[in-house]
Design a protein around this ligand. Structure first.
Ligand code: ATP
Ligand code: MG
Length: 555
């Protein structure tokens, strides 16, 4: 799709334009700041692509920064997977990879600065007492009895917190702001806590750790980030963000701007739900193709291009809303439509015997790989007396408007001949085992035959030369609209989220398959070679998306 009209700028771009025009900043720097405590999902992709695209647009820089200030949940394993996901999405952070934990010494210095300015104090109230004295939305909080400690005493106690002499929970460092502030985040928030826990990179060097609201603005300032783009739940924290950079005298001060999170309808996106599915062994790891984790989407066969198109279509706004999952499917179909070969594969095969086709005879039929993209060339497909067709393409007693195979009906075998169904064979349980038909040699595709028309066209593969494969079909694992949990607290799982078709038949021209190779299977959708389970002996395909769409582009 060519667009000549210029895209209108979203509100973040407008803010950046203004900051640059007013000389607040002379450059643009953004960052994506994941905590390495889990895998990334499609929601994170929005944040990654927004930050990296904004930096690119303004000729600025984009940092990947691990916000690893809470050692209890963080692991190196997550660092590696997050790096891989960000790179796969095409967000280029170059050599700008940072860890907040590398700034621990700097955070500590800034905390000392606040104490010396009389802007922070060591408080010995317990966590419960702090909560109880914080007040409510309608009532102010009450001052801590430790609030007016002299600077020297604060410095001394903070040093003791750092040196390991203080037990977990016995003391915290709090910012001294305003216990009567209408914004609860400003009521003397805790900015440092004691935790005798090993850090994934710093080991046992530290036993005090900074809180998110204190560390995050400083991380931004230390790196020279100008626009700190984050999701709406941080809006109420912005006054604290601004307080920290002001009182710590960061220059230039970074600026926080919030945008709405990405939510998908009928799909589980929350980190917590995904974690539960993985930890309970309900799915095959973080990259299970049913998950909307980045790793899952990749394994499912989604492409970075499709995800980028999706995020651009979603747009950037300040109000929360849900996006239809079908739009993501639309984007992957659009991306693959012109790029992929359209192949014959029968997912649930039943044999078709063409009784008037001479035994032992075969023909090579030329097939265009993608009628909308000639560059993908042609291939040959063997036609023979015995073929496979989809089981659902035959019915002994068809309902109205069924135009496929049934006794007495004529259909086109795609790229081949018209065949007329003559009947079927069944086993003792009444299952159809073979469908019979006769063909009309006059009707060969490409021969210019115009004698009559048929209403149905079905696909097929040759019985002898086709390759057996496993094909996985997916449905949503949990439908968020129907409720994530059952009454007893267990997850409300869709029992049909995965169907494995173990006897699918592929035409021979698929050739040698590599992980993530994808194809259109005509009439059936787009499929990709599974990166974990596919082998040369037993190809395994994941259905990325079916051909049918309920999604309509907004006008
Ligand atoms: P948590 O903080 O609860 O562990 P998280 O999903 O916020 O989970 P982070 O690692 O803190 O994980 O997220 C990194 C960045 O991704 C944050 O800036 C966050 O705002 C952003 N982000 C998270 N979820 C979404 C979403 N659904 N849409 C857009 N951005 C998101
Ligand atoms: Mg977060």
């Amino acid at each position: 799709m060519e667009t000549t009209e210029k895209k209108s700028k979203h509100f973040i771009e407008q803010e950046i334009d203004r900051d640059l025009a007013e000389g607040v900043y002379d450059h643009v720097m953004t960052r994506f700041p994941p905590e390495p405590n889990g895998y990334l999902h499609i929601g994170h992709a929005k944040s990654i692509l927004l930050n990296s695209m904004v930096a690119e647009e303004y000729g600025g820089k984009f940092n990947l920064r691990f916000d690893d200030t809470n050692p209890t949940k963080e692991k190196d394993e997550f660092v590696e997977s997050i790096k891989a996901d960000v790179e796969w999405l095409g967000a280029d952070y170059g050599d700008r990879l940072y860890f907040a934990s590398d700034y621990f010494e700097r955070f500590y210095e800034y905390a000392l600065k606040l104490i010396r300015k009389g802007k922070a104090y060591v408080c010995e109230l317990s966590a419960d007492e702090i909560r109880a004295t914080r007040g409510t939305l309608t009532e102010p909080g009450t001052n801590s009895p430790y609030r007016d400690r002299p600077v020297e005493e604060n410095l001394d106690l903070f040093e003791k917190m750092r040196s390991g002499e203080v037990e977990d929970g016995a003391m915290v460092l709090r910012a001294k702001i305003d216990m009567a502030s209408p914004n609860i985040n400003m009521r003397d928030p805790v900015i440092y806590r004691v935790a005798h826990v090993s850090h994934h990179r710093q080991g046992d060097k530290w036993c005090v750790y900074p809180m998110y609201d204190f560390a995050h603005p400083l991380e931004d300032a230390i790196e020279g980030v100008t626009h700190s783009l984050c999701t709406l739940e941080f809006e109420d924290h912005r006054p604290l963000y601004d307080w920290v950079v002001r009182e710590c005298e960061c220059d230039p001060a970074p600026r926080q701007i919030e945008f709405a999170k990405l939510y998908l309808t009928n799909v589980v996106t929350g980190k917590r739900y995904i974690k539960k599915l993985v930890e309970e062994g309900i799915v095959d790891g973080w990259d299970d193709p049913r998950l909307v984790s980045i790793a899952g989407l990749k394994r499912r066969g989604y492409t970075p291009e499709a995800i980028r198109m999706f995020i651009e279509m979603c747009g950037i706004s300040k109000s929360n809303s849900s996006t239809d999952y079908a739009m993501l499917e639309y984007c992957i179909r659009e991306d693959l439509k012109m790029k992929k070969k359209r192949m014959m594969a029968v997912i649930d095969p039943v044999k078709l015997v063409i009784d008037n086709y001479p035994e032992g005879q075969t023909e090579q039929l030329p097939i265009i790989n993608n009628k909308e993209n000639e560059e993908l060339g042609e291939r040959l497909l063997t036609f023979s007396r015995e073929l496979y067709i989809e089981r659902e393409d035959f019915m002994e007693e068809p309902p109205k408007k069924y135009f496929r195979m049934f006794p007495g009906n004529e259909v086109r075998l795609m790229n081949a001949y018209f065949v007329k169904c003559t009947g079927c064979e069944k086993d003792e349980n009444g299952n159809v085992t073979v469908v019979h038909a006769t063909y009309d040699p006059e009707t060969k595709s490409g021969s210019g035959f115009t004698g009559r028309k048929v209403k149905g066209t079905i696909h097929w593969v040759p019985a002898n030369e086709s390759i057996e494969a496993t094909v996985r079909l997916y449905e949503n694992i949990i439908d968020e609209e129907k409720g994530v949990y059952n009454e007893d607290g267990s997850l409300n799982l869709n029992p049909d989220s995965l169907t494995e078709m173990k006897h699918a038949r592929l035409e021979p021209a698929f050739g040698e398959l590599k992980a993530y190779d994808s194809f259109q299977f005509v009439r059936k959708g787009y499929f990709t070679v599974d990166a974990k389970d596919s082998t040369p002996e037993r190809p395994v395909f994941n259905r990325i998306v079916s051909m049918k769409s309920s999604f309509r582009l907004p006008k």
